[in-house]
Design a binder for this molecule. Structure first.
Ligand SMILES: [Zn+2]
Length: 407
């Protein structure tokens, strides 16, 4: 699921000066982005009437990793450029500057003109604002930032999860979203097209402590009654684990699942509902990680094998271990790692047998005292109070907002 980073190019093409150089610079910017193995997005329909396409363009901007702002003299007075850069600035604030705003002065535009324009309000970084008009070579800073996008993590740590939650919030009134943003203490400009993503970001932040009054609970209650019936369950099941299970535990589980073998972890809890929330917290894709839960009535290795056959090939035993391994890999690539949950103290001998038979499965021992075996990662645990707050919030929201039915 590693996509090339997307870079949005904000520019204005309403140009009447043939000597301006803005069109050549725009084309050079597109080439520069592509040379850095990134995908470029730019507005080629600036003169088209209607707001739908611009709204879609802004959505694309909010899914990008950086925005190059080509500030020609006419871009300084363009409404579209202003809106795009306002959103870019919001994204930069939300992500702690991981989303990069890259302004360059084009076609004779000066710092003084910029200071006198309404873009000055956005406080673009003046120190790092080179002049660049094609065919002059592109500024080195710009090239370095573009290449760096491949190695820095995205600003939204789980972009798919953010997108999913933002998607369900998009139909809501700006006023409702603005109230939720205030409850969640999201500072900064609250511009309508950016609100769904801003609020999704606030909802998905770690908030392990339930305070009184609790901003997360209040915001969710206000939002959920307006989210479509189909979306409610997804919002609850994504937001509650992201807010109430430590982000660190999610990182630990992903690190364990990336090991070549001995993918072992221990989770300390006495509540059998808690591991499911951890599996949801670990997932950065569309689905929670799946768990196999051997009953303990049979030898574990044999039972895990039967459960794998059921899950991966409709109960039909694969021809051999190589085929089973292929099916496990395919599941892992498409839906995420498979986890064996064992409610028992870690057992060195069992670990050795399970790892030998299924090196690609993650094994999590769930115990009340948290004892570990060598190589096992102790997942960051919740206190009993935090566990109760997590389960209570989830049950309360599901009870209130989700139509009863099979989960
Ligand atoms: Zn121009």
């Amino acid at each position: 699921m590693i996509d090339e980073p997307t870079v949005f190019i904000s520019h204005s093409s309403t140009c009447s000066d043939p000597g301006c150089g803005c069109a050549a610079t725009r084309d050079a910017a597109v080439r520069l982005v592509e040379q850095a193995d990134c995908r470029s997005i730019l507005d080629v329909h600036e003169l088209r009437i209607g707001e739908d396409w611009h709204q879609r363009l802004l959505e694309e901007l909010s899914e990008s990793r950086a925005c190059i702002a080509l500030l020609s003299p006419h871009a300084l007075v363009s409404d579209h450029v202003f809106e795009e850069l306002l959103l870019a600035k919001i994204l930069s604030n939300l992500t702690g500057s991981t989303f990069r705003v890259l302004p360059v002065l084009v076609g004779g535009a000066t710092r003084t003109q910029l200071k006198d324009s309404r873009l000055a309000k956005l406080r673009l970084d003046m120190k790092h604002m080179p002049q660049w008009t094609a065919p002059k070579p592109a500024p080195l800073d710009l090239i370095e930032v573009l290449e760096g996008l491949h190695t820095t993590p995205p600003g939204f740590p789980a972009p798919v999860v953010h997108d999913t939650v933002a998607y369900h919030l998009r139909p809501l009134d700006a006023e409702i979203l603005r109230r939720a943003a205030t409850l969640l203490s999201l500072a900064g400009p609250q511009w309508p097209p950016a609100l769904p993503r801003t609020v999704a970001f606030g909802l998905l932040q770690e908030r392990l402590l339930e305070s009184s009054p609790d901003p997360l609970r209040l915001a969710l209650k206000q939002l959920l009654r307006r989210v479509s019936m189909d979306g409610r369950s997804e919002v609850i099941d994504r937001v509650v684990p992201y807010a109430r299970v430590p982000a660190e535990a999610g990182e630990q589980m992903r690190a364990v699942a990336a090991r070549p073998s001995r993918r072992l972890a221990v989770l300390k809890t006495s509540d059998d509902r808690i591991p499911d929330f951890y599996l949801r917290r670990a997932s950065t894709g569309d689905e929670p990680w799946v768990a196999l839960r051997p009953s303990g009535a049979k030898p574990v290795v044999g039972e895990v094998r039967e459960l794998l056959h059921q899950m991966l090939s409709n109960g039909i035993p694969p021809a051999d271990d190589a085929e089973l391994d292929r099916l496990i890999r395919r599941h892992e690539e498409e839906e995420g790692p498979i986890v064996v949950l064992l409610w028992q103290a870690p057992d060195q001998d069992l670990v050795t047998r399970l790892s030998a038979a299924f090196p690609r499965l993650s094994v999590i021992f769930v115990t009340e005292d948290g004892d570990a075996v060598p190589d096992a990662v102790s997942l960051r645990a919740l206190t009993e109070t935090q566990e109760r707050a997590l389960v209570r919030l989830h049950e309360e929201l599901r009870g209130k907002f989700v139509r009863p039915g099979p989960r």
